[in-house]
Design a binder for this molecule. Structure first.
Ligand code: ZN
Length: 185
């Protein structure tokens, strides 16, 4: 089932998220639905708050776009915790399914070491780099209530301010179903 994606300005994107356990109801179904929702919107990652659920869960699929299959990753991250970020800071353009048609350069360390559980609650500690690390950092921020637009340079923030305000009001043409924090007029 394709879920609506919650837009910039919806309070759920800023809400504190909770860890989940094995008994979380219909977790497999939720992860399946989130993957479907992400693919339908041409995304490479999606976090639970973006479908209106403030829990510590996000998905990544960089395997669909990495030419080198070894480098790509398709994974659900449950109760993740970033242990370390290392390497040089890299500037890369990002976008977000919750913030349609806004893109901007964000600086992040090149490598990320993260502890997480998969959907069967097996624990992993792994290090990622390159594009996969970037997507993980972006999605991890979501479950911390941070959006990539928070991380832009002040001048860029000023440039997109009106656009963000419009998205908040529901004034945006996304190619997928969205849910807004403010009622549409
Ligand atoms: Zn995002």
């Amino acid at each position: 089932m394709i879920l609506p994606i919650y837009a910039y300005g919806h309070p759920v994107l800023r809400k504190e998220t909770e860890e989940i356990d094995k008994d979380y109801p219909e977790l497999h179904q939720l992860v399946f639905n989130m993957f479907e929702t992400m693919y339908q919107a041409n995304g490479v990652g999606i976090a639970a708050p973006q479908v209106g659920i403030p829990i510590r869960l996000f998905l990544v699929d960089t395997a669909q776009i990495e030419e080198d299959e070894e480098k790509g990753l398709k994974m659900a991250f449950i109760n993740p915790e970033i242990l370390e970020e290392t390497g040089e800071d890299c500037l890369h353009e990002e976008g977000c399914l919750s913030i349609p048609k806004v893109r901007g350069d964000v600086s992040r360390p090149e490598k990320v070491k993260i502890r997480f559980f998969d959907i069967d609650f097996n624990e992993y500690i792994e290090e990622f780099d390159g594009y996969t690390a970037r997507v993980i950092q972006h999605e991890y921020d979501h479950i911390e209530g941070i959006l990539f637009t928070d991380l832009l340079k002040p001048i860029k923030k000023r440039l997109i301010k009106r656009r963000l305000e419009k998205i908040k009001q529901g004034d945006v043409d996304a190619e997928y179903r969205m849910k807004f924090g403010v009622k549409r007029r």
